[in-house]
Design a protein around this ligand. Structure first.
Ligand code: NAP
Length: 158
């Protein structure tokens, strides 16, 4: 049995990924606020105090089973607020950073903690954005919160 863990699987790209992995016969778990799949776990990544506990508990339970392959896709993300960073209150960027970046770091860390000793093949990926590398003030938040994902392979080690 293969296990696919997808963040932000309630709609959009994440929902398509959920459907593809389910069709392929994988066990699928997705984290979002409004997912309606059997494998949906409700979790608000804008809340960095409660989200880690929900993920930790879920991974602890999932890790009791052996899988031939375990894949994590950090997909959850938002684009707002859109506009030059000079035009918003400083705290208006916090949700964006928490959802786009901090959640991926947290989920990845807990994924490694709970599954690194499993014998199956492990795959970890994060959905970035073209905006991560193209400076454009209308999507400044995406540059700030997505570009570290492009370099995350460096900090994950082996
Ligand atoms: N669409 C594009 O053109 C495009 C381009 C470049 C990169 N991307 C990236 O691709 C990924 C998916 O994009 P998309 O267009 O499919 O997005 P989407 O349709 O808006 O879906 C976003 C997903 O993230 C989840 N999410 C949002 N806020 C959340 C929160 N506070 N806590 C937990 N989950 C949350 C949503 O679930 P709930 O609302 O149920 O919580 C939803 O499942 C994102 O990382 C995005 O940055 C997209």
């Amino acid at each position: 049995m293969k296990l696919a863990i997808i963040t932000g699987g309630s709609r959009g790209l994440g929902k398509s990924l959920v459907n593809r992995y389910m069709e392929a016969g994988s066990r699928v778990v997705e984290f979002s606020r409004r997912g309606t799949f059997d494998g949906s776990v409700h979790c608000d990544f804008s809340d960095p105090h409660n989200a880690p506990g929900i993920i930790d508990t879920t991974f602890r339970s999932l890790a009791k089973t052996d899988y031939s392959e375990i894949i994590l896709i950090n997909n959850a993300g938002i684009v707002n607020p859109i506009g030059p960073i000079s035009e918003f209150e400083p705290n208006s960027r916090v949700d964006n950073i928490n959802i786009n970046l901090i959640s991926a770091i947290t989920v990845s860390g807990l994924f490694i903690k709970h599954f690194q000793n499993h014998s199956g093949n492990k795959v970890l990926g994060s959905i970035s954005s073209g905006a991560a590398t193209r400076a454009k003030d209308s999507v400044a938040d995406e540059i700030l919160s997505k570009s570290p994902k492009n370099g995350s392979k460096v900090s994950l080690g082996d």
